[in-house]
Design a protein around this ligand. Sequence first.
Ligand code: UD1
Ligand code: PEP
Length: 429
Amino acid sequence: MDKIRIRGGRPLHGQIPISGAKNATLPLMAASLLTDGTLTLSNVPHLADIATMASLLAQHGVSVGIDGAAPGGGHTGRVMALQAGTITSTTAPYDLVRKMRASVLVLGPLVAREGRARVSLPGGCAIGTRPVDLHLKGLERLGAKVELTAGYIEASAPGGLVGAEIVFPFVSVGATENLLMAATLARGETVLLNAAREPEIVDLAECLSAMGADIEGAGTDRIRIRGKDRLHGAAHTVISDRIETGTYMMAVAITDGDVELIGGRLDLVRSVADALTPAGLTVEETARGIRVRRANGRLTGIDVMTEPYPGFPTDLQAQLMALMSTAGGAAMITETIFENRFMHVPELTRMGANINVHHASALVRGVPRLTGAPVMATDLRASVSLVLAGLAAEGDTILSRVYHLDRGYERVEEKLAACGAEVERIRES
Ligand SMILES: CC(=O)N[C@H]1[C@@H](OP(=O)(O)OP(=O)(O)OC[C@H]2O[C@@H](n3ccc(=O)[nH]c3=O)[C@H](O)[C@@H]2O)O[C@H](CO)[C@@H](O)[C@@H]1O
Ligand SMILES: C=C(OP(=O)(O)O)C(=O)O
């Protein structure tokens, strides 16, 4: 298993290309199941999760073609062509689903197109129990019969799905995506209320519309879908990764650097910029992306609560905690989305951070400096928070279980090293 070694203390200077969004690409790939036409996605990031979704789709019978990296390894990403001419299997097996929870996004499209699906229950993960009850109740509202048998979701709608009003009791990105996709092939009209408003939902809706779906209101909490008999192929460019953007914003901030994030979109990270500006960061839109640097001197602690979009994203909470570990004064960080998303705290503490967790809140008292240490990744965003801490720490940090990082950060060590960081991957067989 690979490790990453970081020698801290080097400010980042230069440019970092932002990749296409993992969390947009995964549902977009699942949407290919809705049509026998070809769905061509550009700006697809080269990540482990994307490879997992490609394997899952392949075993459903989808042909997946990838053109290789863009010339020069640039930020324009890969082009992926997906064609689900015939669905050869409606089962999503445990072995693939357990690797990646987003595999459950094949459920809605499979039931909508084939009238049935058998999808392994994803189960919990390091950050929480993460049930899928809203996905299942929503499918039932669309007329599917849903049973849980031997760890699998068995859903059937032999006569096809029928549009309905679905009110989510709380916001779920995945349930909104699954039901949005399912509703595009349901008979009649579906209305999703208290729908997630994440940019990845808007991206999915735009792609589905290009495939012939009739969707209004994506990006608001009320999405109306008029079902169609069939969808067709389309070409779509994946939006830039706002979580990667926010992560590098904080990497620049923690090292007191000055970097332009090429392809980063300020409108997608507004809540992050709004939180980090009072902390002492300058965030400016440029012709090609976003420029980030400190306004002057040490950053100051801020209080932040994670919320569904447009609030501060839970996927940037761990990175913010690393940043606040070296800020002046105290910061209170409250996690409202996942019940167990503080797994990075003991590891940051091992690097000298002063953090006390009380239920869903962490009180971070800034220390003058962190010290490098061997640390272990527990989940994707926790692992990158340790990379950030390592960039600012005195001495060497060695991060193990890098496979978590590889799920969501494309060429992270190359991107950081190109801006002056001393970071290298230690490949181990
Ligand atoms: C691949 C992808 O896009 N992943 C993102 C997606 O995950 P995901 O789609 O899994 O997250 P959700 O928005 O569904 O989860 C929000 C909360 O609702 C709960 N819940 C969700 C569904 C359900 O049926 N029942 C239920 O109780 C979850 O356990 C969690 O506490 O949104 C999260 C919240 O922004 C992000 O952290 C993840 O990076
Ligand atoms: C939690 C994440 O992903 P997933 O929902 O796939 O676990 C994430 O991207 O931070």
